[in-house]
Design a protein around this ligand. Structure first.
Ligand code: ADP
Ligand code: ADP
Length: 223
């Protein structure tokens, strides 16, 4: 089934800068799509549009319907990992941060507990429950931020430059983590190895337009 259908999507920032120019895109259930392109190509803006966080020209359909503004309950089905993990961490312990989403969704403490354990296991941070997020490494904070999204069990995951600012070891760890995720996802990145290794399909954005799209081996030269 189709998760996202984007037609003639354009977006201009209030200062007049046009970030997206007539983007068409379809994403199917179970797919891992990488959006690649240089800085300023419009990748982050495209993710914001998919998440329904900015009003756009053209159409963004999520499971066949428009998201109905910020109050649409289906928005909870769309998880986003922002580029800066610190925008998603605000509690005193890792446990509280990862528990926050499912608690807001009204799950029992027992279910919240189960989800926290499962999410931390997925990101390789079992045992970090009582640690303070602010005393963890950047790579660990990014994985906690991902766990805060996974604990809500989204139907689709949007990730903005998830390997940026990671040292080589943390980056490898994140690549492996991504390979193990069974979740429809769209990752905006200029990390070509991440795209090549973890995506089924690559979409190349350039100056707000889709200029190429295809299997990683067809779009990216693997030297
Ligand atoms: P990418 O994620 O590919 O680096 P962005 O989506 O961040 O690209 O940016 C696309 C274009 O929109 C760029 O020209 C950028 O300068 C501009 N832009 C991004 N954010 C803003 C903003 N908040 N206000 C004005 N222009 C912006
Ligand atoms: P309760 O009030 O029953 O504890 P909440 O859903 O309000 O349930 O909060 C769950 C946990 O998330 C609490 O431990 C709380 O400390 C933390 N929390 C809730 N809202 C915020 C917030 N805005 N900033 C930081 N932590 C929060």
């Amino acid at each position: 089934t189709k998760i996202f259908e984007v037609r003639s999507l354009s977006y201009t920032y209030p200062d007049g800068r046009q970030a997206l120019r007539g983007v068409n895109l379809e994403v199917f259930s179970g797919e891992a799509v990488a959006i690649i392109g240089p800085n300023g190509a419009g990748k982050s803006t495209l993710l914001l549009a998919l998440a329904g966080l900015i009003p756009v020209e053209g159409e963004v359909l999520y499971k066949g319907r428009h998201l109905n503004g910020l109050k649409d309950p289906r928005r909870l089905e769309i998880g986003i990992l922002f580029q800066d993990p610190d925008t998603q961490l605000f509690s005193l312990t890792v446990y509280e941060d990862v528990a926050f989403g499912p608690r807001q969704m009204g799950f029992s403490e027992e279910e919240v507990h189960r989800r926290v354990k499962e999410a931390l296991e997925k990101v390789g941070l079992s045992g970090f429950e009582e640690r303070s997020p602010h005393h963890l490494s950047f790579g660990e904070r990014r994985r906690v931020a991902l766990a805060t999204v996974l604990s809500m069990q989204p139907d689709v995951l949007l990730l903005d430059e998830p390997t940026s600012n990671l040292d080589p070891r943390a980056r490898k760890q994140f690549l492996e983590l991504m390979k193990g995720l069974r979740l429809t996802r769209i990752v905006a990145t200029h990390d070509l190895e991440l795209a090549y290794e973890t995506a089924d399909r690559v979409v190349v954005l350039y100056q707000g337009k889709v200029v190429a799209c295809g299997r990683p081996s067809d779009v990216i030269l693997n030297e």
